[in-house]
Design a protein around this ligand. Sequence first.
Ligand SMILES: [Mn+2]
Length: 218
Amino acid sequence: MFKRQIAIGDIHGCFSLAHELVEEIIKFNPKEDRLIFMGDYIDRGTENLETVNYVSALKTEHPENIVLLAGNHEDLAYKALSQRTMEQMQLWFINGGIETVKSFGTLENLEKLLLPFIETLMFFFETPQFIYVHGGIPHNQTVYTAQPNALLWERNYKTYRGKNLIVGHTPHREVTKYENTIVVDTGAVFYGKLSGYDTVNDVIYEAVSDTIMQTDIV
Ligand SMILES: [Mn+2]
């Protein structure tokens, strides 16, 4: 099967880092690799349209090799753009959505390009060894019983027990292993580092930028 299965952390509009990680550091090879993107493609960083276009193109070109998970920022954007209440729009904007709006340029683009992209994303992805999910699994739940959106917001990576999880969502300085959870979000937009973790070979790949775009963590 796949010689490498690499989970890639939260990109948050850092297209340049994502492109460097996949093309130059991982050197993605569709004959051997599966890439699992952990969600939160948008918000806070500036290259949001580029990021969505890039991961969409990867998925279209290599549908068997690319898994695109949803993150809580896609949930925020989707609710804001589909419900259009002041409350949902504000919630999205103050959590970095304003950068996504600027990047897509027009409301038309957001509706035409971002909403359909979000609709294709998966809430979790399961292999014999791992469950890949953006946030985590709420206590006393499974990926099958939990509310799908709850999987995008959960942060119990320290206390979760069960089948091993790979998660993003909570920025760590390094890819970090807890008892039953491995966190691969290394804060592309906060610390300037985007990481990939290969679960088959236990190898970490990193793209590092010296530009730290934002420092407040929400
Ligand atoms: Mn998140």
